[in-house]
Design a binder for this molecule. Structure first.
Ligand code: PGA
Length: 251
């Protein structure tokens, strides 16, 4: 996969700020990467108009598993597609922890995204307690085992996996390249066990990615990209991060 550099704004930026960011970033997109932005839903349309035909891709931060109905506050897969999204985050740890999304519910959202033709970035990762007792496998195996249940190989093949250790998100303490590589191997093992060796999913890393550590994830750990929260909010800094990855993977 072309290395992905993705910006997850979380609950930041109104329309005007979002448009200004999208305009700066679209003008400086380097060759050789897939740049994606996940704005809050209220800014999707404005960002879409700004990036139209300029190469920056759009994604939703979450989705609901029904296509329409009495679900106050939720957004359907179809709505995201109509708003110009190609991607969607599924199972981000903030959704799991703050909003109580269970592994099963994450699985329902994952299936809905795939059935609608969106490309999900399926986020998995361990808590600090698991990490401290060196349980690197448990959480990833459980999250993937439950959420992938019942999905066909052809559907699973369209998922982008995101390894996001919970202890690294927004903490300023990222995983090392060795840790990211170890978890990527665990993700690959789970896929192999469930679906055989024929499926090789792209895996991106997220959690306190900054300029100092970004290139290691794509060069040393051989991952397929990065998902950036805090450091994606400033347009100039995000351009620098995209350029770091593009430079690191250039032939
Ligand atoms: P962070 O967030 O870069 O601020 O740690 C990453 C994420 O939540 O995807």
């Amino acid at each position: 996969m072309t290395p992905m550099v993705a910006a997850n704004w979380k609950m930041h930026k109104g329309e005007a700020e979002a448009v200004a960011w999208a305009d700066i970033v679209s003008a400086r997109l380097p060759q050789g990467i897939e740049a994606v932005v996940f704005p809050p839903a209220t800014a999707l349309t404005a960002v879409r108009q700004t990036v139209a035909g300029r190469g920056l891709q759009l994604g939703g931060q979450n989705l609901f598993y029904e296509s329409a109905g009495a679900y106050t506050g939720e957004i359907s897969p179809k709505m995201l597609i109509a708003a110009g999204c190609r991607y969607v985050l599924v199972g981000h740890s903030e959704r799991r922890q703050i909003f109580g999304e269970s592994d099963r519910e994450v699985g329902m959202r994952l299936r809905a995204a795939l059935e609608a033709g969106l490309t999900p970035l399926f986020c998995v990762g361990e808590q600090i307690e698991d990490y401290e007792r060196a349980d690197y496998h448990g959480a990833i195996q459980r999250q993937m085992g439950v959420a992938l249940k019942g999905l066909e190989a052809e559907q699973v093949a369209r998922i982008v996996m995101a390894y996001e250790p919970v202890w690294a998100i927004g903490t300023g303490r990222s995983a090392t390249v060795v840790e990211a590589e170890r978890s990527a191997d665990i993700i690959r093992q789970v896929i192999r066990r469930l679906y055989g060796a024929g499926i090789n999913l792209p895996i991106v890393y997220g959690g306190s990615v900054v300029q100092e550590n970004i290139s290691g994830f794509v060069t040393v750990a051989h991952l397929d990209g990065v998902l950036i929260g805090s450091a994606s909010l400033d347009a100039e800094l995000f351009c620098t991060l995209m350029e770091e990855v593009a430079g690191a993977v250039a032939p």
